[in-house]
Every structure is written in structure tokens, then in C-alpha cells.
Design a protein around this ligand. Structure first.
Ligand SMILES: C[S@@+](CC[C@H](N)C(=O)[O-])C[C@H]1O[C@@H](n2cnc3c(N)ncnc32)[C@H](O)[C@@H]1O
Length: 236
């Protein structure tokens, strides 16, 4: 797997650390996940079982574990810390309608077949279950272990709706001008020696933060670095 940074660095990146070039993005993503967990998971009167589908090194487990009875990490066979590995056919070895929540963070752009991946999420969710999914709009190429897709807001809603879900919450994270600066930073960063990358980040990250404060009149939910959505199963 690529970029196996410790989960805690992804959750709480430092502007002086290894994840400095992702400082603002990772903080915004964590905040958005916290908001969704607060609004859609923490209030449930039931004891929930949640699967982190494409869990990587489980960076968001500490945010989620206090609000669920069971957290299960699912990933490809090469991920040794996953609790369940998907089969070569892409199936999750769980019975249908066995989960309350499927969480998918920054995985959809990496899966070979998003339609099959979402169909598996639908299959393992209970009828009143929820899919919480974040994935990239604009972002640089970053294989883990592969990198196939980028989404527009309408394209992402379509692929999730076509899979049998109803989108009930949809939010864009980091708008156009700030994201333009992030891509500009990344265009330069990887040509620099590693020790100079945090220096560039210390210049660029405050600019990215500043430009992301400009009011977008709703454009951020249409055109963003990353989208986060909550979807329910559409019952026939
Ligand atoms: C960029 S990582 C994201 C990891 C973690 N969710 C996070 O937010 O840091 C993408 C993950 O998706 C996993 N993945 C790729 N294809 C998958 C599939 N078909 N089913 C499940 N996981 C998959 C990869 O192995 C990798 O762990």
C-alpha cells in the first residue's frame, strides 16, 4: 500500500510534520467526518455496527469507536490490519443486511469498479442503514494501490443513487480557488527535496486557508477538492 502514514498523522497533521502539505485538507476532512458522525451516528438510540470499507490504517477509528458497539475494518488482502478482507471477486464476507453503517473515506477513487463496490455496501447494510462516503473531486494522482476516478458533484450523486441509495446529505470540502492553490503547491512539492517540502507548505497552507474563507454562494458543494455524503438505502 502506498502512503502508509500512521493514522494519527492523518487525523491530526502538523504544519511542521510529514503531512504538512496536506495540513488544511486533512483537518477539513476530519472536521467534516466528525460533523457527520455527530449528526447521523452518535444520536442513534441503537447499538451500531459500523464497517470502515477501504479502511487503510483506520485513521478515523478513534473518532467513531466511542459511538458504535462494533467497528470493523475491511480492505484488500494486502492490508494486514483489516479485520475482514474482500474476496478476489470484490465481495465482503458478511451476510446481507448485517451492518448499520458503512463508512468509506477516500476509497471510492481507488476501487477498480465503483458500481460493484457500492453494490456490496448496499447488500451488507440493513434496510435502515446508512452509507457515509467521502471521495475526491479535484486531487493529484495518488495510487493506493491504484487510483482510477475523480468525481464531479453530480457524477458522484448519480453513481451513488444508481447503486440504490438516496443521498440525504452532501457537502463539498475546499472550494475552487483554494484547491487551485493546493494543486499548484503539489505541482511544485514533489520536485523538491523532502526537507524543503514543509517550507513550501508553511507558505502555501495559510494561503489555501485564506482563499477557502471567500464566500462561495454554494459553489463549494458543486465543485470541491472532496465531497462527503450520507445516503440511505432506497427501499423498493
Ligand atoms: C487512500 S486509502 C484510504 C484509507 C482510509 N479510508 C483513509 O481515509 O485514510 C484507499 C483504501 O481503499 C482500499 N481499497 C481499494 N480498492 C478497494 C476495494 N475494492 N474494496 C475495499 N477497499 C479497497 C485500499 O486498499 C486503501 O486502503
Amino acid at each position: 500500500m502506498n502512503e502508509r502514514e500512521p493514522g494519527i498523522e492523518r487525523l491530526y497533521p502538523s504544519i511542521f510534520g510529514r503531512m504538512a502539505t496536506r495540513y488544511y485538507y486533512l483537518r477539513q476532512l476530519r472536521q467534516a467526518i466528525e460533523d457527520v458522525i455527530r449528526d447521523f451516528v452518535a444520536k442513534s438510540p441503537r447499538k451500531l455496527t459500523l464497517a470502515d470499507y477501504g479502511c487503510g490504517n483506520k485513521p478515523y477509528e478513534p473518532l467513531i469507536a466511542p459511538f458504535v458497539e462494533k467497528y470493523i475494518g475491511i480492505d484488500l488482502p494486502e492490508n494486514k490490519i483489516a479485520d475482514i478482507h474482500i474476496s478476489p471477486e470484490g465481495q465482503i464476507e458478511l451476510p446481507e443486511k448485517s451492518l448499520d453503517v458503512v463508512l468509506s473515506t477516500q476509497a471510492l477513487e481507488h476501487v477498480v469498479n465503483p458500481t460493484e463496490y457500492l453494490a456490496e455496501a448496499l447488500r451488507v447494510l440493513k434496510d435502515d442503514g446508512q452509507l457515509i462516503l467521502s471521495t475526491h473531486g479535484y486531487w493529484m494522482f495518488h495510487p493506493d494501490p491504484t487510483d482510477f476516478w475523480r468525481w464531479t458533484s453530480t457524477g458522484l450523486k448519480k453513481v451513488v443513487t444508481d447503486a440504490g441509495f438516496e443521498v440525504v446529505h452532501f457537502k463539498g470540502i475546499i472550494g475552487r480557488s483554494a484547491m487551485g492553490l493546493q494543486l499548484f503547491q503539489d505541482g511544485i512539492t514533489f520536485g523538491l527535496p523532502k526537507y524543503l517540502r514543509p517550507v513550501l507548505a508553511i507558505i502555501m497552507q495559510p494561503l489555501i486557508i485564506l482563499f477557502d474563507q471567500v464566500p462561495s454562494q454554494g459553489a463549494k458543494d458543486k465543485d470541491a477538492c472532496t465531497y462527503i455524503l450520507v445516503a440511505k438505502k432506497r427501499l423498493k
